[in-house]
Design a protein around this ligand. Structure first.
Ligand code: ADP
Length: 458
């Protein structure tokens, strides 16, 4: 069986968040299960073409002709159009997306379909992800009438790819689909609806979130449409590549460590605290996420004064629109550090030295930060929502994390207080550190579940 995974992100070539981790993990996991799996990605300007093999050219005739040179290595097909994809960011700078993202990703969808049609890319299953690739099931199934099996995964339903209806002509989309049950959305075009409507299997990244997106509170206006297609909806928790994310071998760490010998983790904390001028005797609570509304940044800002008075160090690493506000709130506090860039090396150092990972999300489809954190022996402090509630169990219920229910400052403060108390109960704390390091959120686990979907009859 052949599977092609199409996405806008794939670690290590392009990653702005969990989507890049997911595609990397799935590709790797499927291959390890013996599946003939490939990924397709736009060739962003920073990807080195040096070692790639040239496959050929595909032409996409939209309101003008877009040519893509296709390159490949042993597992990825790269689609190269310098005018559209040789830019500084995947989607645009933190203060806004590129104006022509509909054209960038719309034409990429067409290019992938052309490559499949031309048989550059032979496949049985097409696994698309999020709005950037959501036109593919529509084009292949509705326009080309091919019989591929389509799996479409929603990683974040808040990002829907909604554009003015002029893009119907610009992207050669069939006007007969411009209605409520098709791709129309309040007079505009919604890419995500194309994926939902035309896939054979619809997935999202945790069972709880699969329930949540049917609800108006979490559906971002698409809950009705999701309910309509819920017969094909499945929730599968994300995995993490335990080779890429491994405290035993991670070269970014000052010291490597295992769950049997945690001394390296203590040394890492000492080094990090020294580098950033923090008191190493205090528990270290880290936040490694986009500074976005979804991630609970407003709650953090609202409760900031109360939280930072609690005796712990707080390290915020993130990028995104709320960055300047978090930076302002820091205001030279001795126990708070804020970094407002995307820095993988620092994120690894933080995972390798933190006692806790904080995720106070408003909503969270799955969350990968807490999974990586646990792999590195950080106890998660999370709000009970989406994938966070599927992957973290509270210590009061024989679990291994701190879970709080309400998206309110007193609940957040109480959760941080509980974490600090836990930290000081040393034996119990260390036992839990070992416990979280032994949990299995591996690629294999996740990939087996996707493989079952690919092979099940429609
Ligand atoms: P998202 O909603 O952004 O996809 P996830 O928790 O699923 O959130 O995934 C976040 C991923 O991005 C993790 O691998 C995390 O380590 C990484 N990450 C987030 N912000 C940063 C940053 N500023 N620097 C480095 N890595 C980051």
């Amino acid at each position: 069986m052949r599977v092609v995974i199409v996405a806008s992100e794939l670690y290590p070539y392009a990653k702005t968040g969990g989507l890049g981790d997911f595609t990397h993990c799935l590709l790797k996991g499927l291959r390890e299960l013996g599946v003939d799996a490939y990924a397709c990605l736009p060739l962003y300007g920073w990807i080195d073409k040096g070692d790639l093999i040239y496959v050929g050219k595909v032409e996409v005739k939209l309101s003008r002709l877009w040519e893509y040179d296709v390159y490949r290595n042993d597992r990825v097909y790269f689609f190269d159009n310098p005018e559209l994809f040789h830019r500084d960011y995947v989607y645009g700078p933190p203060w806004g997306g590129y104006w022509d993202n509909h054209l960038r990703f719309g034409s990429f969808c067409w290019a992938v379909c052309e490559a499949i049609q031309k048989e550059f890319l032979k496949t049985d299953v097409v696994h698309t992800n999020d709005w950037h690739t959501a036109l593919i099931p529509l084009i292949l199934k509705y326009i080309y009438r091919t019989d591929h099996k389509h799996v479409f995964t929603i990683h974040n339903i808040a990002y829907q790819g909604v554009f003015g209806k002029h893009v119907m002509d610009e992207l050669k989309l069939p006007w007969e689909l411009f209605h409520m049950d098709g791709i129309e959305f309040w007079g505009n075009v919604c890419f995500l609806k194309a994926g939902i409507a035309f896939c054979d299997v619809l997935t999202t990244v945790s069972p709880t979130h699969a329930e949540e997106i049917k609800d108006p509170r979490y559906g971002f206006g698409l809950d009705g449409f999701i309910r309509k297609h819920s017969h094909k909806l499945v929730g599968i928790v994300n995995g993490v590549d335990y080779k890429t994310w491994n405290p035993e071998t991670d070269p970014s760490l000052w010291y490597n460590y295992t769950r049997k010998d945690l001394r390296g983790k203590a040394y890492n904390k000492r080094m990090l605290c020294k580098e950033f001028g923090l008191d190493e005797k205090l528990p270290l609570i880290s936040y490694i996420s986009r500074y976005a509304y979804q991630k609970g940044v407003e709650l953090l800002l609202e409760g900031f004064e109360r939280i930072v008075k609690l005796r712990a160090n707080y390290f915020f690493l993130g990028s995104g629109e709320y960055g300047p506000f978090i930076k302002d709130a820091e205001d030279h506090l001795p126990n708070v550090r804020v970094v407002t860039t995307f820095n993988e090396d620092l994120s690894r150092k933080l995972y390798g030295s933190s006692d806790f990972i904080l995720m106070p999300s408003l909503y969270e489809p799955c969350g990968i930060t807490q999974l990586i954190g646990m792999r590195y022996g950080c106890i998660p402090i999370v709000r009970k929502t989406g994938g966070l509630s599927d992957t973290v169990k509270d210590i009061s219920a024989d679990g291994y994390g701190i879970v709080f229910e309400n998206f309110e400052v007193p609940d957040l403060v109480c959760a941080v207080e509980r974490a600090i108390d836990l930290y000081h109960a040393r034996q119990r704390f260390l036992k839990l550190v070992k416990k979280v390091m032994s949990l299995d959120f591996s690629c294999r686990n996740m990939s087996e579940k996707y493989l079952e979907l690919y092979t099940s009859t429609k």
